[in-house]
Design a protein around this ligand. Structure first.
Ligand code: AMP
Ligand code: ZN
Length: 112
């Protein structure tokens, strides 16, 4: 999508601090970190949110979870939280599917 911030990051039109990239997904550090380690993992193809995951694109989500496990091992992260906000009430501000990976501090439950 031409007016999507994260599509522009995937295309290299907006700079990012890359953590990982392959043909399916892209990971980069969040510009406003909420934990000592905070990066985002996104599909390269535009999906609006987790509410748009279906039988045609769910293999991308499975792949992203494999990547998160691999990258976290490589970064030495043993405890972390994966978050995906869907819709404005849940706090979604960028309408391109993304998984926050947060680590390095105590987390509270329930989340705010
Ligand atoms: P959400 O609010 O769940 O939609 O998450 C969007 C996240 O994208 C927020 O944590 C922002 O800090 C982050 N973000 C916005 N713009 C950028 C950017 N240019 N580079 C990296 N992270 C960004
Ligand atoms: Zn997009």
């Amino acid at each position: 999508m031409s007016d999507c911030l994260f599509c522009k990051i995937v295309a290299g039109e907006i700079p990012s601090n890359k953590v990982y990239e392959d043909e399916v997904c892209f990971a980069f550090y969040d510009i406003d970190p909420q934990a000592p380690t905070h990066f985002l993992v996104i599909p390269k193809a535009h999906i609006g949110s987790a509410a748009e995951v279906d039988a045609d694109n769910s293999t991308v989500v499975a792949h992203i979870f494999e990547v998160i496990a691999k990258v976290c091992k490589e970064l030495g992260l043993e405890s972390y939280r994966i978050v995906s906000n869907i819709g404005e009430q849940a706090g979604q501000s960028v309408h391109h599917l993304h998984f926050h990976v947060l680590s390095g501090r105590d987390m509270t439950w329930p989340p705010g």
